[in-house]
Design a protein around this ligand. Structure first.
Ligand code: TRP
Length: 458
């Protein structure tokens, strides 16, 4: 049964949906803590260079492949390279979606729980005491039922949105949530800067300290420039496949990258001004969000409100990313198997939720699965996707264009909708070559590290 392909309702709707995928948990806790710990402004400069070279060229490549074929990854590669092995890049993307969403949904659940805790004044008992806050967090995530209940709730919301389709679900909700994220972060950033001592947070985040910019920080910036715009598993191919031929794909990609970066920096401002004003430890890493912040919000006037707003915006960032992951799986079953959207979403959304339950339980709430490189199942899924599946997918996407589809075919699709904007094929070729080489190096470096226990760089 062939179904009429859904399309975005507007240019803005598409950009906000793609930016919604890009802006996720990674922007709110990963970027700020990485920048803070690795040279502040110096790290930011390197990160900007990476995202403009690696991020931009692969985002554009994914958009082009999607719009050209009007298909999600597996069908897209199959159409452009019939009876070849390239479709496996598409399958890798669908598999990566399964892997990522299973643990992303668990974290989504934690965020929901923290909204409720903050709202009910629950942070008061850990006020000013990061140790107590850490204990509360740990006992929550290692318990059996409660994190699963929240995870199921979060996944239910994803399924609810994706069942409503591209325009009526993804686009509609992204248009509501993305502006809210910016406004809430803006308010929290202003609140932070007006706290006494808050401005010190800005210099921690933005003053370039080149002495802290190590080789490993550069590798980190490279990897993050890739992860933060959701590359490598065909999310942007899928979103691009709902486009008509009118859109300029280069400016769209620039918008997505700009919004992603701006929101990451705004999050850094909101978080570090508050952390510095209250004299907390800025170098806490992942614990910053779930451990440090809950212990400092109660110390600010109106802290329950600020805390709730913060976790609501984090929740929206996680949700707009999670739906884009589920859409990759749903679109595969619609495009390749002719399923209805409802059936595909509910069936596979549920399977991913069940795998997610195992991720949650592996943290201590029931089963002890540490058979994977000695990590809990949860960490393993994170490691597998971020270190291997996404970089490998992204690298092959760039290689596919250079070696299989051909630059001239690629350029003729890319040019549609660009009006008078000119792009030199040499520049496009060089960017794709640099991007794939860099990503190949990152993957090699990681494998080398796994085998020898020592990285080549970093
Ligand atoms: N970009 C998301 C973030 O910053 C994470 C992410 C990586 C992602 N790959 C993805 C989200 C693929 C959706 C789809 O948190």
């Amino acid at each position: 049964m062939s179904q009429i392909r859904e399309q975005w309702g507007s240019k803005l709707g598409f950009i906000l949906a793609a930016a919604g995928s890009a802006v996720g948990i990674g922007n709110i806790w990963k970027f700020p803590s990485m920048a803070g710990e690795n040279g502040g402004g110096a790290f930011t400069i390197v990160y900007l260079a990476c995202i403009l070279i690696v991020g931009l060229s692969i985002v554009v490549a994914e958009f082009v492949i999607g719009r050209k074929t009007q298909l999600s990854p597996v069908g897209a590669f199959e159409q452009l390279a019939p009876s070849s092995n390239w479709k496996w890049v598409g399958y890798l993307g669908v598999a990566a979606a399964f892997v990522i969403l299973s643990f992303y949904g668990v974290v989504g659940g934690w965020i929901l729980k923290y909204i409720i805790d903050s709202l009910s004044g629950g942070f008061a008992i850990v006020s000013g005491n990061t140790e107590a806050s850490g204990t509360v967090f740990n006992s929550f995530i290692t318990s059996t039922f409660s994190p699963i209940i929240y995870q199921v709730l979060f996944m239910g919301l994803c399924i609810f949105i994706i069942v409503q389709g591209v325009k009526g679900g993804i686009e509609k909700w992204s248009k509501i949530m993305m502006p809210l994220i910016v406004v809430l972060l803006g308010v929290l950033a202003i609140r932070g800067m007006t706290l006494e001592g808050g401005m010190e947070g800005l210099s921690f985040l933005f003053n370039p300290r080149f002495e802290d910019l190590t080789a490993s920080a550069i590798v980190l910036a490279l990897g993050h420039s890739f992860f933060t715009v959701s590359l490598g598993m065909g999310t942007m191919i899928t979103y691009g496949s709902y486009l008509n031929k009118k859109q300029n794909l280069v400016t769209s990609a620039l918008w997505v990258i700009f919004l992603d970066t701006a929101i990451a920096m705004l999050a850094g401002v909101a978080i570090f001004t508050t952390v510095f004003a209250l004299g907390a430890n800025p170098a806490e890493g992942p614990g910053l969000i779930f451990v440090v912040l809950p212990s400092i919000f109660p110390q600010i006037a109106g802290g329950a409100v600020w805390g709730t707003l913060f976790f609501i915006l984090l929740f929206m960032a996680a949700l707009t990313s999670a739906i884009s992951i589920l859409e990759v799986v749903t679109a595969y079953f619609i495009d390749q198997k002719g399923w209805s959207r409802k059936k595909a979403t509910i069936q596979f959304g549920s399977i991913i939720t069940i795998v997610g339950i195992f991720c949650s339980l592996s943290l201590g709430g029931g089963i002890n699965i540490t058979g994977f490189l000695g990590m809990p199942f949860f960490d393993f899924m994170d490691y597998l996707s971020a270190k291997y599946m996404l970089p490998i997918g992204g690298m092959f996407t760039a290689i596919f264009i250079l070696k299989k589809w051909g630059l001239s075919n690629y350029m003729s699709e890319l040019k549609i909708g660009m009006d008078k904007m000119e792009l030199s094929p040499l520049l496009v070729r060089s960017l794709l070559t640099i991007a794939s080489t860099i990503v190949a190096f990152i993957i090699f470096n990681e494998i080398y590290f796994e085998i020898t226990g020592k990285a080549l760089i970093g």
